[in-house]
Ligand binder design. Structure first.
Ligand SMILES: *Cc1c(COP(=O)(O)O)cnc(C)c1O
Length: 453
């Protein structure tokens, strides 16, 4: 029997994060202040983030140390295992070797815990008392609730309304960790009230929930805001995944030809891909990197590259990004973590420069692949991660057709144990596919026009 699982020991948890900004061939345009349209200064971000995270956002240091307390808390679940999906390979009858890095082993069941712990730590260290955030499907809120509770910080979570009702046990998890959770759009903020006035039935979106959280944080001296994806410092913390995976692939005696991750705002994809991408940039590697987004929210494959807001109300800095327009409200797919209108600045620049690729997958194809994975490997994947699996399956079948072996590595960003309702609907053939027309995208982009570019 071939070896199947590659573990590192506790004392091999990486001691540094990898900052790809040190190695990017072309730098991004700077973020702009939403009012002045001038490049933002670090002090502009102080009402929202602790200084250490602001510094990481713009740092050009290649390696940034993991603080001791963060490293210690990681040891609950890190290093995460790298597993060869031998049973999936067999089912697909493919010559491809398929490996996955399993981030579902974290306390809240997804990779988001990696940045949640770091962010809670830096806030605590700078005397912050309370954090406000948004959550889509609930994974981010869960991860942050665990981390905030550990460091003695209060947490308020705006949870996208459609998920609040689709995934009630996510809310229970957060409540168990002492967090307070409100469905968004809510009547607690000006931006929430505005959305409700325009559309009382709004299902909510990450963009709306971010506006609400930012608004509360900006108004309170002892409160900061925290984001679970998109921003440079979030991608930075997630590189712990890829740094471990490089060592584990070495243990397995091969390197990937293809690295694949699902894509919401970019953090699990970047976390796995960036340390490998460094080998392309600096050591002449030829690996391919594929970000997989849902067809219903296709910013990378059908969006436009321009300055846009990170939220619906236009309270955040303007970021150069691939976007569907900050007014875009995605259809109510079950992969709630992928319902975001834009991509982060780093990812957008790398895609522009053709250093990474993107593809889109529909809801039913992703659930098909997720179910195949569950039946072969025994883990029910998160609906988000199932998008990555759909592309893995397509690439493995292509390898079979071409009769060429390939090594594929993907990020199993989380388990789907809170998503049984969605899998149940899929098994009953009740999950629709959503397609977005070019007109809808054009309309959203026109509505979301900002006074730069
Ligand atoms: C949030 C989430 C995603 C999408 O966010 P990224 O920042 O793009 O990684 C993907 N998978 C899981 C399990 C998530 O919780």
């Amino acid at each position: 029997m071939k070896k199947r699982k590659y573990y590192l020991s506790e004392n091999e948890i990486p001691e540094f994060y990898y900052n790809i900004q040190a190695d990017m061939p072309k730098m991004m345009q700077p973020p702009l202040h939403p009012a002045t349209l001038q490049p933002i200064a670090p002090v502009d971000l102080e009402p929202l983030f602790p200084m250490e995270l602001i510094k990481q956002e713009v740092s050009l240091e290649r390696y940034i140390p993991v603080p001791d307390e963060v490293h210690h808390l990681y040891s609950i679940y890190r290093p995460s295992p790298l597993i060869r999906a031998t049973e999936l390979e067999r089912a697909l009858d493919t010559p491809a070797h398929i490996y996955y890095k399993y981030e579902g082993v974290s306390p809240s069941g997804s990779h988001k815990t990696n940045t949640a712990i770091a962010q809670a730590y830096y806030n605590k260290a700078e005397g912050v008392k309370k954090i406000v955030t948004e959550t889509g499907a609930g994974q981010w809120g869960s991860a942050l609730s665990f981390a905030c509770n550990h460091f003695g910080l209060q947490l308020q979570v705006f949870m996208v309304k459609v998920s609040y009702f689709q995934k009630p046990y996510r809310k229970t998890y957060m409540n168990a960790m002492n967090a307070s959770v409100v469905p968004s759009p809510s009547t607690l903020t000006v931006s929430g009230k505005k959305v409700l006035t325009d559309n009382p039935e709004s299902p909510g979106s990450l963009g709306i929930a971010i506006s609400e959280a930012v608004e509360i944080a900006a108004q309170n001296e002892d409160t900061r805001y925290s984001l679970g994806s998109v921003l440079n410092h979030v991608l930075l913390h997630q590189t712990i995944i890829g740094l471990e995976a490089i060592r584990q692939m070495e243990m397995a005696g091969e390197m990937p030809d293809l690295v694949i991750g699902c894509f919401g705002g970019g953090s699990n994809f970047a976390g796995l891909a960036f340390p490998f991408l460094r080998l392309n940039l600096k050591a002449g590697g030829k690996m391919r990197f594929i970000a997989v987004e849902p067809e219903s929210c296709p910013k990378l494959t059908r969006g436009t590259f321009r300055y846009d807001f990170g939220d619906t109300a236009g309270l955040t800095p303007l970021i150069p990004m691939y976007t569907l327009g900050h007014q875009f409200v995605p259809p109510e797919i079950h992969a709630g973590g992928l319902r975001y209108h834009g991509a982060g600045a780093i990812i957008s620049q790398l895609l522009q420069d053709k250093l990474i690729e993107a593809t889109a997958v529909g809801q039913s194809r992703s659930f098909d692949a997720g179910l195949l994975f569950a039946r072969t490997e025994g883990i029910i994947p998160a609906p988000e991660s199932s998008h990555a699996i759909a592309t893995v399956v397509a690439e493995a079948l292509k390898a079979r057709e071409e009769g060429i072996s390939r090594t594929i590595l993907f990020n199993l960003s989380g388990h789907g144990h809170y998503d049984m309702g969605a899998f149940e609907r899929f098994l009953k053939n009740e999950l629709p596919d959503y397609s977005i027309s070019d007109e809808e995208i054009a309309k959203s982009l026109a509505m979301s026009e900002v006074p730069v570019n």
